[in-house]
Ligand binder design. Structure first.
Ligand code: ADP
Ligand code: GN1
Ligand code: MG
Length: 366
């Protein structure tokens, strides 16, 4: 059904007169729109409007509870440090009834955010230092939330990074093979299965109490940090739907997965996909500059491994979605999820080859 944005936006406390709303960004999950409002002085003011993907987030009010509580906490921390709360965190626009989300008549859930001005997010870093600043922003995000009451958070996607359960779901998809695609991707399936033992490593450390549960972002793609147009520094960590209890190393690992790939996440030409160790160096330096004070030695020891694990988890999720008929991640061409899975596996091979160098880089900055 076509969305009537004039009607939809009238339910939020936007300033100005609604002009238009157009799709925005490259996310795989939510529907993001840039909505423009005319001000009394004639200028156009942008806002972000997002439709929460209910196939992925089964209980949007819980997502919004987390987002409201976490952004409140971040605002206090940023204000205490003398920072700019209008840019340092997402700021939700309330509805006319004072809620942080609006449920439309068709059942869709919407939220609105102030638009972070003079900053952008990029699918690929624009310079080596961009990586340092993005990872520093993710580490700072974790640090600001290190005293957040973790039990106040809902699990917006249960077992999101429970890699053994992800592997079980993957094996079930291969078994049921609803579109007869499994036989065409046996090499990729075998790639996953020969690394099955990795999936338990971090969960077992967590279960033994050797690695603490913390408030983490859980979706630390490089484009989930807004970079300041002028300074090149990280302004704000965005995409907060998956903020929930997790392991700090998952956030580092996913930043490496997305940031240190020399090619695009969906690059069909695998010769362009490899682990860029210079980028890994910058990500590690940035993350540890923000996080080394609160991380335990065991967490730091597992940073290089976390990059392999998060890449394996993401790769097997893409491959499972390909086998399931592309029902989870947005796709823009046939075999899109398969191309994505293949880049992840190529990246893992390169990480395995260069593992000793990754360990050395972590040792240099710990
Ligand atoms: P998804 O879950 O689909 O990845 P995001 O929350 O990451 O959605 O938003 C998609 C894109 O929209 C981001 O990459 C960013 O460029 C832009 N964006 C999101 N929130 C804001 C904001 N408050 N201000 C400016 N741009 C934003
Ligand atoms: C999705 O929403 P987006 O595009 O930032 C996914 C992540 C994956 C990522 C792979 C809620 O992130 O887990 O790592 O795609 N988010 C969810 O690009 O499943
Ligand atoms: Mg995003």
């Amino acid at each position: 059904m076509k969305t009537d944005f004039a009607e939809l936006t009238s339910n939020f406390t936007f300033e100005g007169t609604f002009i238009d709303a157009v799709p925005y960004g490259f996310g795989h999950i939510n529907g993001t729109y840039l909505a423009r409002f005319k001000q009394t002085d004639g200028t156009l003011h942008p806002y972000i409007l997002q439709r929460i993907n209910q196939n992925v987030f089964k209980c949007p009010p819980q997502v919004m509870h987390n987002m409201q509580r976490v952004t409140e906490h971040l605002r206090t921390k940023i204000a205490d440090a003398g920072g700019d709360t209008s840019r340092g965190t997402i700021n939700l626009i309330p509805t006319i009834t004072g809620n942080v989300f609006y449920q439309a008549a068709d059942g869709e859930y919407w939220r609105a955010e102030t638009f972070i001005l003079d900053a952008k997010s990029y699918l690929r870093a624009t310079s080596l230092e961009h990586n340092y600043h993005a990872a520093y922003a993710f580490g700072t995000f974790q640090k600001m939330l290190s005293d957040f009451p973790i039990t106040d958070l809902h699990f917006t996607i249960p077992d999101f990074h429970h890699t053994p359960k992800r592997l079980d779901a993957f094996c079930a998809s291969v078994e049921s093979d609803p579109f007869n695609r499994a036989r065409e991707v046996q090499t990729e399936i075998d790639f996953v299965l020969t690394r099955a033992r990795h999936t338990r490593t971090l969960i077992e450390l967590q279960e033994k109490g050797a690695i603490p549960e913390r408030v983490t972002h859980n979706d630390t793609k490089i484009d989930n940090v807004m970079i300041d147009d002028l300074t090149g520094e990280g302004v704000c960590v965005i995409d907060l739907d998956t903020v929930m209890p997790g392991l700090a190393v998952y956030d580092f690992g996913d930043a490496v997965r997305s940031g240190a790939n020399a090619g695009a996440e969906d690059e069909p030409d695998l010769s362009k996909v490899w682990l860029d160790l210079e980028v890994f160096d910058r990500l590690t330096h940035g993350y540890l500059d923000a996080a080394r004070d609160f991380l335990t030695p065991t967490e730091i020891d597992h940073l290089p491994f976390s990059a392999i694990l998060m890449t394996l988890e993401c790769g097997l999720r893409f491959l499972a979605d390909h086998i399931n008929g592309d029902v989870y991640f947005k796709t823009r061409r046939p075999h899109h999820n398969l191309d994505r899975a293949r880049t992840q596996f190529k990246l893992i091979q390169d990480m395995e080859t260069h593992f000793a160098e990754m360990v050395q880089i972590v040792a240099a900055y710990r």
